[in-house]
Write a protein that binds this ligand. Sequence first.
Ligand code: FAD
Ligand code: NAP
Ligand code: SF4
Length: 677
Amino acid sequence: MSGVERYPNLFSPLDLGHTTLKNRALMGSMHTGLEEAEGGFERMAAFFAERARGGVGMIITGGIAPNLEGGGLAKLSTAEEAVQHALITSAVHQADPDVKICMQILHMGPLAWTDQCVSPSGVRSRLGPFAPSVLDEESIEKQLRDFETCAQMAKEAGYDGVEIIGSAGYLLSTFLVEKTNLRTDRWGGSYENRMRFPVEVMRRVREAVGEDFIVIFRIAGMDMLQGGMSWDEVVTLAKKVEEVGASIISTHFTWHEAAVPTIATMVPRAAFASVTGRLRKELGIPTITSNRINMPDVAESVLVAGDADIVSMARPMLADPELVNKAAEGREDEINTCIACNQACLDHGFTGRTVSCLVNPRACHETELSYEPAATVKTIAVVGAGPAGLAYSVVAAQRGHRVTLYDAADEIGGQFNLAKRIPGKEEFYETIRYFRRMIDVHGIDLKLETKVTAELLRDGSFDEVVIATGIEPRLPDIEGIEHPKVVGYVDVIKGEKPVGKKVAIIGAGGIGFDVAELVSHEGKSGALDIDTFAREWGIDFEHHPRGGVTGVEPVVAKADREVILMQRKSTRLGRGLGKSTGWTHRLTLQRRDVKMISGVEYLGVTDEGLHVRIEGEAQVLDVDTIIVCAGQTSLRVLYDELEAAGASVHLVGGAFEAAELDAKTAIDQASRLAASV
Ligand code: FAD
Ligand code: NAP
Ligand code: SF4
């Protein structure tokens, strides 16, 4: 059965009146950082064109401000700027004339990166770098005119439409919500007044662009704010926006300051789609749903359930530009799945770096990182089938090299086989599945259960040897560290050593946090069950109180265990975790009463427990189990021998550098090395 037959809803066209979408797959908007980069428009043209060739029906660009005060970043308000945007639209339409591309108009309001930022009442966002000025009547009119001009310029630049973002804490949504709109004039007070500005933006944009242009309005289906929008307000706004000319309503599920994760890997797939489904019943125009829809079967089931007309997949298109074609051709097992880690996309975006993807380092680097066929085919041995060795092998083999990949273990994946066992990180299975399939697709000779020695590689049959043997967990130099109470994280995660009721964890890096999650967890993984997730985070999908969360207390399920997580540094625990996800891990552990202690000096381990000094005071932590998560050192034993023997040998991943290593660095480094061999 072809993928088109298996996913009949996903691959059915959608008639929008003046135009038709060829399928229901949408690449949602993501700010990539290319918008402001030198040569950014050429790079965006290549980035979007690759996704257009990959089969998606419609693309929405990253947010572009209608004026200076709306962003401080890229804007579109002049004909000269429109010429730049034409590079993108022509590249996309050349790649596939049937693919539609819309530009997102993003007025960031109080979140704009400029001291000229504006908002309805001057309420500063916790996340906004500047205090916004209050909009007066004249400046409100200016904002409306700037929206009109921006949309007209987008049409001139060759876009098929625009998306207006009316959610997430940006300007339009700050008019809607009482806590950010304190006005008493016709733009504030009653809901009718608070709604006036977003509705007026929609009306003016439609008037400016005429009927034959897609205008999507993005609305918060649930804004996740205590005291946020009520369900009635959401529906009223959607209906009004439809009335004044929206072609499509897109749903969003956040406000940037909300305390509920909505796209992290711990969020179940398609968790919020049913909310869009409820809204869809109220409307006469198509709806888009989004959030954690990362594979074609998930998209199809959302459509089958009647929860949306179009399914947005943003990050999944970073991870695999060919996702839709692969689905259509029945090659789903070849999809490089987005694991929702946020490490190379959102975390880069939030820290001013160009966005990319942990599992696909080419994302947003299409013009400088290419996997062209090799000029000279080489025979290559890769030792270690963790993320680094796998990425190297696949890129090298894809380019035509003959690759033999060895691993001492009986399965590929390296440390990802540990990561996937952590509740909330089940998506890591997908990366291993993808690589396993790529080994077959590219004819890599895989030799498992083969502990490689220098002798095996020294016989001269390989042109290149790549050492990707990863790391060894560090055993800290603490008196009594050999005590039976002490166990390593590998044994704990694999379930090979028992864990007592009172636990101390030495080391609070990414792995310390993951182990704390594992040993404090009880019951189903929230990532696999929407009801569990909703209970854990205090969301009421059924009654939809204001914001979906107002007055709903999270219900904490936790293991019958006391857990202490420690580090030597005096800084707050978890500072090194990802900017977009670190807070979720800290909050989860706090709710489970995990004690987090910094500035700890480890004095020794005895039958009594772990002896420590905290704030100058020596004390004994009466614990049954001490789990060591104290970082790692490189495992690179083969390298020196092979190099001394004159082999052309390279180190990648943890074998190259263990400090600060994560899978993002390992895959990026390995892919780049393999692109150049
Ligand atoms: P490894 O994954 O360690 O792979 C090395 C491979 O080499 C192994 O398969 C090993 O069997 C093999 N090998 C070693 N010696 C030999 C030999 N002599 N012969 C043959 N084979 C050999 N990173 C992130 O970016 N995000 C995360 O969320 C994340 N979560 C994690 C959670 C846990 C619980 C753990 C343990 C790690 C996590 N990491 C995460 C870290 C990430 O998994 C590592 O950075 C990454 O796996 C390093 O890749 P690598 O290929 O260099 O090494
Ligand atoms: P890590 O992040 O470097 O943390 C190591 C921890 O051990 C730190 O808390 C460190 O803090 C402590 N430590 C180091 N040396 C020690 C010593 N000699 N004695 C006692 N404590 C010591 O490493 P990791 O947790 O092992 O993670 C490995 C990699 O995987 C990291 O790069 C991490 O980013 C990645 N990872 C990422 C995630 C994620 O969610 N993004 C999850 C898991 C892993 P002090 O020195 O202050 O004590
Ligand atoms: Fe998905 Fe992670 Fe890639 Fe972002 S970095 S697109 S979350 S896999």
